[in-house]
Write a protein that binds this ligand. Structure first.
Ligand code: HEM
Length: 422
């Protein structure tokens, strides 16, 4: 049998990552079964100096071990791309996801003010109202393009409302966030465009919006999160204007695309698995918590995060040199049969489900995990209650990316007929 590490290329964005999900899963299964930790060349990149390739951590235990050792597996100089990014880029997109202690803990302590149980409870009304509007519109349209009409609306509204971005600017924020995460997909950035420039422009525009908003809230605070982050007197420490801008860019990107893609995959999974839909419909309150976790596990909207070694380390018997880049493939860890029974089965009642969709155990664990769960719960509860036969009517169009497991288009109908019910 050929060695999987020589036949599979995780850097082949148009081959490996564009293949059907079943083939992707088989590829990762083969890598997990092959001994050692494979190394891959850099993917083709528009970045001027992407640096050397990376080691791929595909097994659950390896991803957990690396996440638990942030002093060795560092998030600086960049966690969201295996390619080294230009310094100007890190300025906008950096924020705390690309930093280590002590800077990371300072930033995380401050921005956590936006995610307290009280803040999240305060957003509940917005979540339920928006979910209800989305389902109203779905029912009256009958058929629609589901990403824009259903999946994208709730996360965008949540973040903008949290931060106090006026409604007139929500679309502006949405378009820029699409450019940033879909940069390698021609649907968002037309072919021939200089991608680094497009990214910096989009990031710069979001940063400018936030600098203005921060200044306004410094002189006249309201009860939004921006006011809490810029006014040091509230909790003794505040963000500088640049830190606020860069945190907003992170929030817009991390909070929009992730919940959106989990929703789109959830709709697709419900369509493909009528038995699971029936189980969920039979006991919405009991099943929703496990169903939401299962959607996040199965979809793994964030495919990997990068860590760079500050010193040599041994992982699962393989020696990794200082300076090596590693990619922590959550998508693969979440399908590791050592941890998950029948990992390819979508099981809305799966329990336990210790998935790594929100990251591994460590200081960078998703700050928005509770919020994401609330968003997904609000939306799927409303969908199943009022549009129990909502279904996709064709294959999703997938984002061209090895970082985000995204769906760019999803043909959707409010009434998939009897066929979607088991
Ligand atoms: C289903 C939805 C979501 C998924 C799958 C997801 C996944 C992740 C992952 C994998 C990480 C990196 C963890 C690590 O490096 O160890 C992360 C970090 C982060 N996420 Fe989420 N996320 C989701 C929703 C959200 C939402 C709704 C927000 C905010 C509105 C958010 C804000 C953040 C932030 C700020 C970080 C950086 C944390 C840090 O570096 O300390 N996420 N997320």
């Amino acid at each position: 049998m050929p060695d999987a590490t020589t036949t599979i290329d995780l850097s082949d964005v148009d081959g490996f990552w564009a293949a059907p999900i079943r083939e992707r899963a088989a590829g990762f299964a083969a890598l997990r079964e092959s001994p050692g930790i494979p190394w891959f060349e850099q993917p083709l990149s528009h970045v001027p100096d992407p640096g050397p390739g990376y080691y791929a951590l595909t097994r659950y235990d390896e991803v957990v071990e690396a996440s638990r050792a942030p002093g060795v597996f560092r998030s600086g100089p960049g966690a969201t791309s295996v390619a080294d990014m230009p310094p100007a880029f890190l300025e906008f997109f950096g924020s705390m996801i690309n930093t280590d202690d002590p800077r990371h803990s300072r930033l995380r302590r401050i921005v956590s003010r936006g995610f307290t149980p009280r803040r999240l409870a305060g957003l509940q009304g917005t979540l339920e109202r928006t979910a209800s509007e989305i389902v109203d519109d779905l029912l009256s349209a009958g058929e629609c393009e589901g990403v824009e009409a259903v999946s994208a609306r709730l996360p965008l509204r949540t973040i903008c409302e949290m931060m106090g971005v006026p409604e007139s600017h929500h679309r502006f924020v949405y378009d820029r966030s699409n450019v940033i995460l879909g940069a390698a997909d021609p649907e968002y950035v037309p072919e021939g465009t200089d991608i680094v420039t497009a990214l910096l422009t989009a990031g710069g525009e979001l940063a400018a919006l936030m600098r203005d908003l921060g200044e306004a809230r410094r002189s006249e605070p309201t009860d939004d999160v921006t006011s809490a982050l810029v006014n040091a007197e509230i909790d003794g420490e505040g963000l500088t204007p640049d830190e606020l801008a860069s945190f907003f860019v992170l929030l817009v990107v991390a909070g929009n695309e992730t919940t959106r893609n989990a929703t789109s995959w959830g709709l697709h999974l419900l369509t493909e698995h009528p038995g699971q839909r029936a189980a969920w419909l039979a006991d919405p309150e009991g099943v929703t918590p496990t169903a939401i976790e299962e959607i996040v596990r199965w979809a793994s909207p964030v495919i990997y995060m990068r860590r760079t070694l500050s010193e040599p380390a041994v992982l699962g018997g393989t020696e990794l040199p200082a300076g090596a880049k590693t990619a922590l493939f959550y998508w693969s860890a979440n399908r590791d049969p050592e941890v998950f029974d029948s990992p390819e089965t979508f099981d809305v009642r799966r329990s336990p489900n210790p998935h790594l969709g929100f990251g591994g155990p460590g200081p960078h664990f998703c700050l928005g995990a509770h919020l994401a769960r609330r968003q997904l719960t609000a939306l799927f509860t409303e969908l199943l209650r009022r549009a129990p036969r909502v279904a996709t009517t064709g294959e999703p169009r997938r984002l061209r990316s090895m970082f985000i497991n995204g769906i760019t288009r999803l043909p959707l109908t409010a009434d998939g007929g009897k066929a979607v019910l088991a």
